[in-house]
Design a protein around this ligand. Structure first.
Ligand code: GLC
Length: 551
């Protein structure tokens, strides 16, 4: 059971711009990734999700692609990419690419043609509409602030862009667009990639007529392009045309999908996707006003989401497990304690990641306990969503610089995009040049070199947990039962597989908390197989995490 390679894999997400710069231009690159493959292998990683490295003007750091069949020169050449794939495979590892096909760059030749005239053969590759009463075709908002429509003088029409205006949305209703996507996927499969992480894949089908949205307050329009009417048909089409008969994996990014929805996208036998990235966890600290409306949440809410995904998908679909990525704050700063209990809480989060059912995804630097940088002012930020938000909050919402910064310190995507911290030296060993974004000053103490040398480090905890998961089948495939769901400090659950049992006890607080054991798993029947603290007392230390196996 569960023999698919990707169920047994530990994934590592690389954001190439910030991973390792080998040529000293201040921007990470593909040769830099090759340099660090042995570091990843030692960590226990056996699959990589590589964020976009295609040719792109980098308006949204590569999520705006101008040539799907070429590599951005800032990252290297196609030969570098081929070498990366060969080196990955030589180590028995796999690599999946980011597939960004909800939109292209406005500099993609399809769009350059499309905007030339209303009867251009590429016109229908994108979504063009007339304005209404001198206004935009509908009231939808871009996810990067402002309207989702941009007027183009050339042909007197608007085009739709759910993200930046340099990211026009493709028209998936057009069969030619679908064929183009299939062809570019085949191009990369022929190069040897092992699958795709599919960017905003549940947004590719728009409701016909593109109606005004009278219901949303935060992301106006979202109900009309999220999980749209033909999305399953389009995804099944990709599977049938491109992926059938391969052992490639697909992971869909899917905001606005609950567990029922996930069973439709990734249910075993549905022939659509293999896994989904769920956003319910990400939604916990987001208020009614949307992404920038930060709200507090209780541990019981966190547990409810995690546990629901565990039980609802068990036996029916396979979870992806992640706590951070390039669009989110650092998990340590968000769910852990990046102050006094930095190391212990980072390890506790690692325990969570490796002891649930599903495939763990580590985001670069998470294995070191990297944290949000909390830059002193807007000039240090680079992300287009952040910069647009700053402008919008300042000009249109009367927010003060302090109010904006407080939101950015918590939520900006740049929190996760500071350069990887390799050493305590200059620029954290990321680059010999000037880094495209400032490194977090805490690299003096938090870096891979120091943590490789110290058996006690967060890095070593990740290594050990990756091994533990391989040694105990129950951690991979056991079913999941939560205990003490109302406890606001402990997260406790049992995993069971036939006669094998594991009990996981996590103190998610800065308090000392009595260790609790359910009736079904008394302490006398358990043996400690991992802990992030000394001893095995009756009281858990702050952020103490224990993994027990049944005896
Ligand atoms: C996804 C990516 C994000 C990007 C957006 C538009 O959410 O993860 O980084 O900005 O799609 O492509």
């Amino acid at each position: 059971m569960h023999d698919e390679w990707w169920k047994r894999a530990v994934f590592y997400q690389i954001y190439p711009m910030s991973f390792r710069d080998a040529d000293g231009d201040g921007v990470g690159d593909i040769p830099g990734i090759v340099e660090k493959l042995d570091y990843l292998a030692a960590l226990g990683v056996n699959a990589i999700w590589l964020c976009p490295v295609y040719r792109s003007p980098n308006d949204d750091n590569g999520y705006d692609i101008s040539d799907y069949r070429d590599v951005n020169p800032v990252y290297g050449t196609m030969a570098d990419m081929e070498r990366l794939l060969a080196e990955v495979h030589k180590r028995g590892m796999r690599l999946i690419m980011d597939l960004v096909v909800n939109h292209t760059s406005d500099e993609h030749p399809w769009f350059v043609e499309s905007r030339k005239s209303r009867d251009n053969p590429y016109r229908d590759y994108y979504i063009w509409r007339d304005g209404k009463d001198g206004k935009t075709p509908n009231n939808w908002n871009s996810r990067f602030s402002g309207s989702a429509w941009e007027f183009d003088d050339e042909t007197d029409q608007y085009y739709l862009h759910l993200f930046s205006k340099k990211q026009p949305d493709l028209n998936w209703e057009n069969p030619k667009v679908r064929e183009e996507v299939h062809a570019l996927m085949r191009f990369w499969l022929d190069k040897g990639v092992d699958g795709f992480r599919m960017d905003v894949i549940n947004m590719i089908s728009k409701t016909p007529g593109l109606p005004d949205d009278a219901t949303s307050t935060a992301t106006v329009g979202a109900p009309y392009y999220t999980n749209g009417p033909r999305v399953h048909e389009f995804i099944a089409g990709i599977r049938a045309a491109v992926l059938a008969g391969t052992d490639c994996v697909t992971v869909g990014e899917a905001k606005g999908v609950n567990t029922d929805g996930a069973l439709l996208y990734a249910g075993a036998g549905r022939k659509e996707l293999d896994m989904m990235f769920q956003f319910e966890l990400d939604g916990l600290d987001i208020g009614k006003g949307g992404k920038w409306d930060v709200r507090k949440f209780l541990l019981s809410d966190f547990k409810r989401v995690m546990s629901r995904w565990q039980t609802a998908l068990h036996g029916k679909a396979w979870n992806s497990l992640y706590l951070e990525n390039h669009d989110m704050p650092r998990a340590l700063s968000r769910f852990g304690d990046d102050g006094g209990y930095r190391e212990r809480s980072a390890k506790a989060l690692a325990v969570l990641l490796f002891t649930m059912e599903g495939t763990p995804f580590i985001y670069q630097g998470q294995e070191l306990g990297m944290s949000n940088p909390r830059f002193p002012d807007i000039t240090h930020y680079r992300d287009i969503q952040t910069i647009n938000m700053h402008r919008d909050y300042k000009n249109n919402r009367g927010a003060t610089e302090d109010e904006i910064l407080r939101k950015l310190h918590y939520r900006s995507r740049d929190n996760a995009r500071t350069p990887m911290q390799w050493t305590a030296g200059k620029n954290a060993g990321f680059t010999a040049g000037t880094p495209w974004m400032d490194v977090n000053p805490n690299h003096a103490t938090i870096n891979a070199e120091a943590q490789t040398a110290s058996e006690d480090s967060v890095l070593h905890a990740y290594r050990r947990l990756a091994v533990l998961r391989r040694e105990h089948e129950v951690l991979l495939a056991g079913d999941f039962t939560e205990h003490f769901p109302d406890d606001e400090r402990l997260y406790a659950y049992t995993r069971t597989l036939g006669k094998e049992r594991a009990y996981i006890l996590l103190n998610f607080s800065g308090d000392e908390v009595p260790a609790r054991f359910p009736e079904s798993a008394p302490q006398s029947t358990l043996r400690l197989i991992y802990s992030n603290a000394e001893g095995e007392g009756a009281v858990l230390q702050p952020w103490e995490a224990r993994v027990y196996a049944g005896v």
